[in-house]
Design a protein around this ligand. Structure first.
Ligand code: PLP
Length: 284
C-alpha cells in the first residue's frame, strides 16, 4: 500500500516520522478526509480548500499549492487502485527541538504531510436502518471550526456513547446541540430541517454544505439555526452527516426512539438527493 509522505508517493514502510514531531508531541496539526466514488473524487476542491483554511487559522504554511496537492492525491488513488473509498490527509507543524509550546518561524521548520487511502463502500444497510446516539456534554475547545488532529474531546465523547451501546455522541453546550463527535447533526420538525450554523462551535462540514444545497434546490425548508436538547427529543427525525456516513439516520437517542424509531421520509429523500449529486459528479 502506497502513501504520500511530504511531496512523494512511497511504500508505507518507508515513512519515518520523528518522535519529536509536533503532531506526535502536541497534536499540533490538522487533517481532512475526502471520499472517492468510482475512481473520482467527490467535492475535492471543497476539502482541499478547508485543509488550507485550517492551516491558515493555525499559521501553518502548507508545503505545496492546492493544485500540487490535488495532483498528488489523484496519483495516490490511482496507484492504490481505489475506486470507492477515503483518503485521510494530515499536516503537522514538523519537528520542534527543544520541546516548546511556541513554534519557530514556519519557513525554517518544514511541516510534515502524510496521506493514506482505505477502500470503504457505502454502508447501505446502516443508511437504511439508522444508528443510535447518546447525548454527551461538548467538552471541546472553542475553535471547532479548525479540523485539528487534537481530538481527545471527540474521542472521549464517542467512547462514552459506545460504552452505552451507541454509535455516535450528540454533543451539547449548556443544552444547545452543536454537532456529533465526528459528524454534523440535524433535526426535522414539521417538515423543517434544522442544523447548527457554522461558526467556532462546529466543523463546517462539506457534506452539510452539499445537503443544504440539494435540499434548498429541491424546495425543502432548511434553517441553519441552533436547537436545544428538548427540541431534539421532540423531533420527527434526526440524522448525522459526514463525508464517510453521508446522511445517516439517528433512530434512537438515549435509548428512546426518534419519531417512529425508523428512518423517516425526509432523511430518505436527502439520502437520495445526495446520491444523485455524487453520481452527477462521479458517475454511477
Ligand atoms: N463534525 C465533526 C466533528 C467531524 O469530525 C466531521 C467529519 O469528520 C464532520 C462534522 C463532518 O464533516 P464533513 O461533512 O466535511 O466530513
Amino acid at each position: 500500500m502506497k502513501v504520500i509522505w511530504n511531496d512523494k508517493i512511497v511504500e508505507r514502510s518507508e515513512v519515518k516520522i520523528d518522535m519529536e514531531d509536533r503532531g506526535y508531541q502536541f497534536a499540533d496539526g490538522i487533517y481532512d478526509v475526502v471520499r472517492a466514488y468510482n475512481g473520482k473524487f467527490f467535492t475535492l476542491n471543497e476539502h482541499v480548500d478547508r485543509l488550507f483554511s485550517s492551516a491558515e487559522k493555525i499559521e501553518l504554511v502548507m508545503p505545496f499549492t492546492k493544485d500540487e496537492l490535488k495532483q498528488l492525491l489523484s496519483t495516490l488513488m490511482k496507484e492504490n487502485g481505489i475506486s470507492t473509498g477515503n483518503i485521510y490527509m494530515q499536516v503537522t507543524r514538523g519537528i520542534g527541538i527543544p520541546r516548546n509550546h511556541t513554534y519557530t518561524d514556519p519557513e525554517l521548520v518544514p511541516p510534515v504531510f502524510t496521506a493514506t487511502t482505505t477502500i470503504v463502500p457505502r454502508d447501505q444497510e446502516k443508511m437504511d436502518q439508522g444508528m443510535s446516539a447518546f447525548i454527551v456534554p461538548d467538552m471541546r475547545w472553542l475553535r471547532c471550526d479548525i479540523k485539528s488532529i487534537s481530538l481527545l474531546g471527540n474521542i472521549m465523547a464517542k467512547h462514552e456513547a459506545h460504552k452505552k451501546g451507541g454509535d455516535e455522541a450528540i454533543l451539547h453546550r449548556d443544552g444547545i446541540v452543536t454537532e456529533c463527535s465526528s459528524s454534523n447533526v440535524w433535526m426535522i420538525k414539521d417538515d423543517t430541517i434544522y442544523t447548527h450554523p457554522d461558526g467556532n462551535l462546529v466543523l463546517p462540514g462539506i457534506t452539510k454544505i452539499m445537503l443544504l444545497k440539494v435540499a434548498r434546490e429541491a424546495g425543502m425548508l432548511v434553517k441553519e439555526e441552533a436547537f436545544t436538547i428538548e427540541d431534539l427529543k421532540k423531533a420527527d427525525e434526526v440524522f448525522a452527516s459526514s463525508t464517510t456516513m453521508e446522511a445517516m439516520p439517528i433512530v434512537s437517542i438515549d435509548g428512546n426512539p426518534v419519531g417512529h424509531g425508523q428512518r423517516g421520509a425526509v432523511v430518505e429523500k436527502l439520502q437520495q438527493l445526495y446520491v444523485d449529486a455524487v453520481e452527477k459528479e462521479c458517475g454511477q
